[in-house]
Design a protein around this ligand. Structure first.
Ligand SMILES: Cc1cc2nc3c(=O)[nH]c(=O)nc-3n(C[C@H](O)[C@H](O)[C@H](O)COP(=O)(O)OP(=O)(O)OC[C@H]3O[C@@H](n4cnc5c(N)ncnc54)[C@H](O)[C@@H]3O)c2cc1C
Length: 289
């Protein structure tokens, strides 16, 4: 998304963020607008040479520590997703912009989540990211790669780690005088996990190839969002089962992985929303692979 930076935005935001010198948060969701992101109520209006921002965002990852946020706001309430939504670059410390509260989560505790408030927050006219009115389109274009890497590839990585843990344990732990990996019911947990990981990995690689070739991969990425997030949850759950009580204890990372996996069915579009998109497209066009 930062590829839309222009002029001095490149030096101020794009380059330091890529280098890791600045942290960016993406502020789209609001208490009243989640899955239906176009129904946001955060407004931006021009007053002379400045935009004036008013509204509240919540669940913003890294919102508590970000140096700046990419804020999605309404610039034309009648047009909304069709030209009425704009992205803004808003620096931490701008008067009127504050972290209202942190929002502790069940998982992903390695970073914070926050509610952000904007009250008559004034930013320069040049703080628009991309073009005025083009914000919704820009978000939708960018989330494709984010979903593929952040949900798809990462789910494969976490699931592979869980599989490797259960594989080793099945080959070491003995009960009833046997390795537990010799019990068919434990073998099923491993076989099902390996099979599902393979399936999602191939899906991710196939969609990445399509994107590299410039093809429209939106439907595939929605399928991957559903398949990867749900696969990851099932595989980590099976790993906990293979480890028995140890799997449930905090001595192993599996309980953390279980909590972290859960949210992937919710953010970046819930499973229900992506199923809806896949169904609509499949009913209209048939399955395009
Ligand atoms: C850990 C975490 C980190 C996050 N980070 C960010 C961030 O950095 N930036 C940001 O902007 N947001 C962030 N979010 C917000 C996240 O994107 C939203 O939570 C998500 O889009 C769902 O919106 P919602 O919570 O309002 O749920 P809702 O939209 O209220 O959905 C509630 C339920 O209704 C279902 N539903 C809604 N509409 C339909 C429909 N049309 N058909 C069928 N079912 C439907 C949903 O699938 C869900 O089951 C984060 C959330 C979490 C939990």
């Amino acid at each position: 998304m930062l590829m839309a930076c222009k002029g001095d935005q490149v030096e101020r935001y794009l380059l330091p963020t890529v280098k890791g010198d600045k942290i960016c948060a993406m502020a789209i969701t609001e208490p009243g607008a989640g899955s239906d992101a176009a129904s946001i109520s955060t407004r931006a209006h021009l007053d002379g040479d400045e935009w004036v921002l008013n509204g509240t965002k919540h669940f913003i990852s890294d919102g508590d520590i970000a140096d700046y946020v990419i804020l999605m706001a309404l610039t034309d309430k009648d047009k909304r997703a069709r030209g009425g939504i704009t992205l803004f670059l808003v620096d931490r410390g701008t008067p009127g912009f504050k972290v209202a509260r942190t929002q502790p989560m069940m998982g992903h505790r390695g970073y914070g989540h926050a509610e952000l408030s904007f009250e008559d927050c004034r930013i320069p006219k040049a703080a628009v990211l991309g073009e005025v009115g083009a914000g919704f389109k820009l978000i939708m274009q960018s989330v494709l790669q984010i979903r593929l890497a952040h949900i798809g590839a990462r789910a494969v990585g976490m699931a592979q780690r869980a599989l490797e843990m259960m594989r080793r344990h099945a080959g070491e732990r003995r009960q009833f005088g046997q390795l537990i990996g010799e019990f068919q019911m434990v073998q099923k947990l491993i076989a099902d996990s390996a099979t599902e990981i393979f399936g999602v990995k191939m899906m991710v690689m196939n969609a990445a190839w399509d994107i590299d070739q410039g093809r429209d991969a939106r439907d595939k990425v929605s399928m991957i969002k559903v398949a990867a997030s749900e696969m990851q949850g099932r595989v980590v759950d099976r790993a906990i089962q293979v480890f028995g009580g140890m799997g449930f204890s905090k001595d192993l990372p599996l309980e953390r992985m279980y909590r972290d996996a859960r949210v992937t069915r919710i953010y970046d579009g819930t499973s229900e929303i992506h199923r809806m998109l896949v169904a609509r497209s499949t009913i209209k066009n048939g399955l395009q692979l």
